[in-house]
Design a protein around this ligand. Structure first.
Ligand code: ADP
Ligand code: GLC
Length: 486
């Protein structure tokens, strides 16, 4: 099957979050099972620099665009995934992150930037350029690709479409004037298409007008059909329920393998679990914390935003210190949270280590060195770090929501007896509920090193590789082709 995978980020070229991990590994997993999946990305500076063998294929004619737009072809990453790049320097070739200026503000022309991307993907998808390849299905991801399905929906001989929601909180909302400025077909300004409470909604376009829609875990699929998590789109998602499902993400076991990880101090596996302690000592040293393998070490990695519940971690830090444990954190985002964390680590530098920024290698060393990883998310479509933690024998402590609920099995008398327990799960998004789970983890760790090791090793034996999910996506593509959803 020929699959065109459209994303606004992909590892190892450009990453702000989990979407990049998925776009960097799912196409490779599909190609591994005999498919022809090709990735298409905007031409940000990092993409132009880091992609392999980039060559110009052709000039693209995009309605309303006066500046040059070129289609380049090359390959992405160690799996050599075939790659197309939309090279439009006036929209993509600038410093900063894909969505934000260096000052942390949304780029003022984000609607134009990603509308251009969607138009360009559509040209390739309809085989309108001089290049002999037409996909059977276009797989679009998140709001930045939300206009692809609407633009394709009115065309003859269009490929099938799948839209994946990685995070419903980011919707690509703009005013009506923007809709007019983008020159989109008039008929798309309706309740059944792109209009959402008098605004232009990119994500609504993907949800309303794709043959199939999915999100990245079964639990999040159920949650966003309710008013609490649906941001007003729950009605549409319920309307599309026969064409909407949840497919759990996989993780890249090549990139995240404690036995073969170039970033960490000492390789280890479930069989050589004792070697993990060297990574703990190295991590304590890296953060300037007292080096002691018997001190329980907790970790956090992630965007410092409301979604991730970092404020709840702030609430439990005094308890962690009182218990004589340590905490290391890595993240960036909300400036208030950044300052609050830095303040605490300056004050309690023997207990709390904070690194504000983005550091791929350190994220691996945290997974390898900690005893336990905390994810108190308010919502979590899938979440990848809890799966990386399981893989690294770093027992996750998570809130029962979205993909966290689908991947971590709570420690309780039943799951301990039947050997399925892999972590600590709590229910409410508040400090005391998180603390309840942490206290449980602290007591469990102190009571028996052997039981802790059994728990960690059970996590290491779970299988969250991409193979099963890639098979699932292949089935979704096939149904989108056989039974169009529109
Ligand atoms: P989200 O996509 O909502 O940010 P995920 O758990 O799906 O959450 O994925 C986040 C990804 O980004 C993980 O691979 C995580 O390790 C990585 N990550 C987040 N913040 C940082 C950081 N500051 N440094 C390094 N990696 C980070
Ligand atoms: C989003 C979600 C995260 C998910 C990732 C990849 O950014 O917030 O939960 O794991 O996408 O699907």
């Amino acid at each position: 099957m020929k699959i065109l995978f459209a994303s606004s980020e992909a590892t190892p070229l450009i990453k702000t979050g989990g979407l990049a991990d998925v776009a960097g590994s799912l196409p490779a997993a599909l190609n591994n099972i005999g498919q022809d999946c090709r990735l298409i990305l905007p031409g940000y500076p990092d993409v132009l620099e880091k992609a392999d063998n980039l060559q110009s294929l052709t000039q693209l004619e995009i309605a309303g665009e006066t500046s040059p737009v070129r289609l380049l072809q090359g390959s992405c990453g160690p799996h050599r995934v075939p790659l197309y790049v939309i090279d439009a320097p006036h929209r993509f070739n600038r410093a900063g992150n894909p969505y934000l200026s260096p000052e942390g503000m949304n780029w003022p022309d984000n609607a134009e930037r990603f509308s251009l991307f969607c138009h360009a993907v559509t040209e390739l998808a309809l085989n309108r350029i001089d290049h002999d390849w037409q996909p059977d299905v276009v797989h679009a991801n998140d709001w930045q690709t939300g206009l692809i399905a609407p633009l394709l929906s009115t065309q003859e001989n269009r490929p099938a479409t799948l839209f994946t929601i990685h995070n419903l909180a980011y919707q690509g909302l703009f005013d009506h004037a923007t809709f007019l400025r983008l020159g989109l077909p008039d008929e798309l300004w309706s309740y059944h298409h792109l209009e959402f409470h008098d605004q232009l909604s990119f994500i609504k376009g993907g949800i309303a007008l794709s043959d199939r829609v999915n999100t990245v875990s079964p639990s999040y699929a159920a949650e966003i059909k309710t008013a609490e998590f649906g941001y007003g789109l729950e009605g549409l998602l319920n309307h599309r329920k026969d064409h909407f499902s949840g497919v759990l993400n996989g993780i890249d076991y090549h990139e995240w393998d404690p036995l073969n990880d170039r970033h960490i101090d000492t390789p280890y596996s479930a069989e050589s679990f004792a070697d993990k302690r060297n990574n703990k000592l190295a991590l304590q040293q890296e953060y300037g914390l007292p080096e002691d393998e018997n001190i329980q070490l907790f970790g956090y990695i992630g965007r410092l935003v409301d979604q991730k519940g970092v404020d709840l971690i702030l609430q439990v830090l005094p308890g962690i210190m009182d218990a004589g444990a340590q905490m290391v954190m890595l993240g960036s985002g909300n400036k208030d949270l950044e300052h609050a964390l830095e303040k605490i680590s300056n004050r309690y530098h023997s207990r709390v280590g904070v690194f504000i920024g983005y550091d791929e290698g350190l994220s691996h060393r945290i997974e390898a060195g900690c005893d336990s990883f905390i994810m108190p998310s308010r919502f979590e479509p899938c979440g990848l770090n809890q799966m990386y933690s399981l893989r690294y024998g770093t027992v996750p402590i998570v809130r029962r929501t979205g993909g966290l609920a689908d991947t971590v099995v709570d420690v309780n008398p039943t799951t301990l007896v039947n050997g399925s327990a892999t972590g600590f799960v709590f229910d409410n998004a508040d400090g005391s509920s998180l603390w309840g789970a942490m206290e449980h983890a602290i007591n469990f760790y102190r009571r028996s090193a052997t039981d802790w090791e059994i728990l960690a090793r059970t996590g290491m034996q779970q299988d969250f590789s991409w193979e099963a999910s890639a098979q699932h996506y292949l089935e979704l593509y096939q149904t989108a082709i056989d039974e169009p959803g529109l």
